[in-house]
Design a protein around this ligand. Structure first.
Ligand SMILES: Nc1ncnc2c1ncn2[C@@H]1O[C@H](COP(=O)(O)OP(=O)(O)OP(=O)(O)O)[C@@H](O)[C@H]1O
Length: 577
């Protein structure tokens, strides 16, 4: 489907820059207005030189130099002020798109290729900034220059101007045609480069799997095919541009020749003096630059329109889990959780993933969720964080419906420790205090001590200031888990959701992680997606999920005694443990 887009969408971002742009335009008017003055001075000095009048020639030369100087200062003002406005606009667009993306639901990011999103936020927005800059810095001055000089040449000799105008529509038609073509081709090649960037992100993040499956050739061939598509599309655009410029240039040359012929005719007819003809010629030469600049700009604007479209398309995506109007901040809670006849389906599949969940968890209780893969454990906890909303039923924390509270206040009281610890680029301290930049180092260290992480962090070369994440130090699985635990300790949530790591740790590391977890879980309401025997045994209650339903609840001992489904599951999953 073709998206409705145009540069009008940039208008709200131009408004705050109104004063800056106006200042730049004042400089533009001075810059442009001096062109006809220079053309007429060129006519006068050529006559003075022709007459051998040295004094007048020198006087005029001084005047011309001064005019040029003023004009160039005005040009500097226009360019520098406009660059500032354009960069401000790109910055505003970039930050508002980023802010908007943050409000979107998890499923949007699951369905969208991250490479494509990054491309839109970087390359596309840069192009938007460039277009705004060129519009005011080049296009508007060139257009005004065209208009000013045009009025001047009509004033000098309208017959000559009329004749020259015959060629202008031909050029305009050819320029427009090429512009449309270039836009179509360039949109295609931008899509290909976005595909390429997404594939690269996938490949680099899945590099272990690719190597493990010896799939290098397969991914290389896929990469080559995508790179080839991009090459072809880019070449088609470049070839078109290569034809466009010579054709427009040739037409311009023809126009100049025509000028000489017609000028001779007008001088012979007594309608034009030689000095005026020289001014006329100088003015026409001054037309060439703005014509080629507006031609080039037109193409860039067409290309840029594709970028504007791709950027603002993101702004039109609406979050699915919205805050209600008048949502209140969730007050500090005790941690009583109630699922009241909750039914949930993912929007893509529409099949019920959770069916009529109905339970209450008391403050400080630890619930282990067990069940086979796909039973709905992750979905159950996702609803508590409002990553998704249930289609039927409601969830309450301390009796407050979570749909009625602000997302920040809800999520601020729940900590999530995922199976895989994600470390962001930054120091270890930044990672522990993730999202809480003002925490003092001592508090961070306290959290790390509780999480059994302090010792190994202190042994790193730069301690808490050691860089991790991309291009940072490598940490073991157990160390990463303890950083994730420290993160949760620092957040000190009332409610904790823990997706237990499945990968086996060596026994020393396991003991350290377990000890850290025991401290973290104390006195909080906890949901653990349990993969280990020790966890299910230690839970106050176990919920056994099957096909989106809770089929059994109870303690480990109770459930085993009942010869339940849990007992079978236990035998299969944990017996070896
Ligand atoms: N984002 C999603 N979009 C569509 N369907 C999904 C999504 N996430 C999970 N599902 C489906 O929902 C069902 C429940 O998945 P869920 O991840 O909650 O199960 P789980 O018990 O946590 O499984 P596992 O132990 O493998 O993580 C599965 O059938 C799964 O395919």
């Amino acid at each position: 489907m073709k998206q409705p887009f145009s540069y009008w969408q940039l208008l709200p971002y131009l408004r705050p820059e109104f004063i800056t742009i106006s200042q730049a335009l004042v400089c533009t008017v001075v810059f442009v207005g001096l062109w006809p003055v220079l053309a007429s001075l060129a006519g006068l000095i050529s006559t003075a030189v022709g007459e051998g009048d040295v004094a007048r020639s020198a006087q005029l030369a001084g005047l011309i130099a001064l005019t040029f100087l003023v004009q160039k200062v005005a040009q500097y003002g226009q360019d520098s002020i406009m660059a500032k406005a354009a960069l401000n606009i790109a910055y505003q667009v970039r930050t508002s798109v980023y802010q908007h993306l943050q409000t979107l639901s998890i499923d949007y990011f699951e369905a969208t290729r991250t490479g494509d999103l990054s491309y839109r936020l970087t390359e596309d927005i840069d192009r938007v900034g460039e277009v705004v800059n060129k519009f005011f810095q080049q296009f508007v001055p060139s257009l005004l220059q065209l208009i000013a000089i045009f009025i001047y040449v009509i004033y000098l000799n309208w017959q000559l101007t009329l004749a020259l105008m015959v060629i202008a529509p031909v050029i305009a038609f050819i320029v427009t045609w090429f512009g449309e073509k270039v836009q179509t081709l360039s949109r295609r090649s931008q899509n290909y480069i976005a595909d390429l960037s997404s594939s690269l992100t996938e490949v680099f993040s899945g590099i272990r799997l690719i190597k493990a499956f010896a799939a290098e050739d397969y991914t290389f061939n896929k990469f080559c095919a995508e790179a080839e598509q991009n090459r072809k599309a880019r070449y088609a655009t470049e070839r078109l541009k290569a034809i466009q410029f010579p054709i427009v240039g040739f037409l311009e040359a023809l126009a100049v020749l025509l000028l000489f012929l017609l000028g001779g005719w007008q001088i012979a007819a007594g309608n034009l003096s030689t000095s005026e003809f020289i001014s006329y010629g100088a003015a026409v030469l001054m037309l060439i630059d703005p014509i080629s600049i507006t031609t080039a700009n037109y193409n860039e604007f067409k290309q840029g329109e594709a970028s504007v479209g791709r950027v603002f398309e993101l702004m039109r995506v609406q979050p699915r889990e919205k805050e209600q109007d008048g949502a209140i901040a969730l007050p500090s809670v005790q941690g009583k959780i109630k699922y009241d006849h909750v039914w949930f389906a993912y929007s893509q599949t529409k099949e019920w993933v959770l069916k009529d969940l109905n339970f209450t968890v008391d403050p400080g209780e630890m619930i282990a969720l067990v069940g086979s893969s796909g039973a709905g454990k992750t979905s159950l906890v996702n609803l508590l964080l409002r990553f998704y909303d249930p289609q039927q039923g409601n969830i309450f924390i301390d009796g407050i419906n979570i749909r009625e509270v602000t997302l920040n206040s809800l999520r601020g009281q729940i900590a999530l420790v995922p199976q895989e610890t994600i470390l962001f680029s930054g120091t270890i301290a930044d990672n522990i205090a993730f999202g809480q930049p003002n925490k003092p180092l001592e508090t961070i260290q306290e959290a790390a001590k509780i999480a059994n992480a302090h010792q190994f962090i202190s042994q790193l070369s730069q301690g808490y200031y050691t860089y991790v994440g991309e291009r940072g130090v490598n940490l073991s699985g157990g160390q990463r888990q303890r950083i994730a635990i420290a993160r949760a300790v620092l957040l000190d949530p009332t409610i904790l959701i823990l997706d237990e790591a499945t990968s086996a740790l060596d026994s020393e590391s396991e003991a350290l992680v377990q000890e850290a977890l025991d401290r973290l879980l104390k006195d909080r309401t906890v949901f653990i997606i349990a993969h280990r025997l020790a966890t299910v045994r230690g839970a106050d209650r176990i919920f056994v999920l099957e096909n989106g339903k809770i089929i059994e609840t109870g303690t480990h001992g109770q459930l085993l005694a009942e010869r339940s489904r849990y007992a079978q599951f236990y035998a299969q999953q944990f017996y070896q443990g």
